[in-house]
Design a protein around this ligand. Sequence first.
Ligand code: DQA
Length: 149
Amino acid sequence: MRILVLHGPNLNLLGTREVSIYGDQTLADIDAHLAKVARELGAEVECFQSNHEGALIDAIHAARGKTDGLLLNPGALTHTSIALRDAIAGVQIPAVEVHLSNIHAREPFRHTSYLAPMCVGQISGFGARSYELALRGLVELLRERASKS
Ligand code: DQA
């Protein structure tokens, strides 16, 4: 089982960026932990970060036929990007939206996600642990779907 992990704008700064909100783990720490958890689950992750909306859209398109699921922290594009929403809808790969912070407990402009309605679920507010929770949930869901088909 292959999972593509996408990190959006500014997430390359994790570890030093607004540490009181996002914690002190770097993106490399998060990716390494995800790879370890994926191995335990008998899955494989490929991780990619970009500050550019188009690069993220290209990565979603390229995942067609190669990836069983998407784990996606779109950063601020969560609240602005209809194009990313359409990309997820277009490829029909099951996706989970992830946020380190609880976006619903922050500024009102962060309460809206354009992507969440296209996703099977959203995990928000558990810090770096949000990624692990999302990975475990997604792998379980994909296995359940595969066993029923
Ligand atoms: C974030 C929440 C977004 O609102 C913000 O723009 C980010 C990070 C999170 O993981 O909590 O860049 O996606």
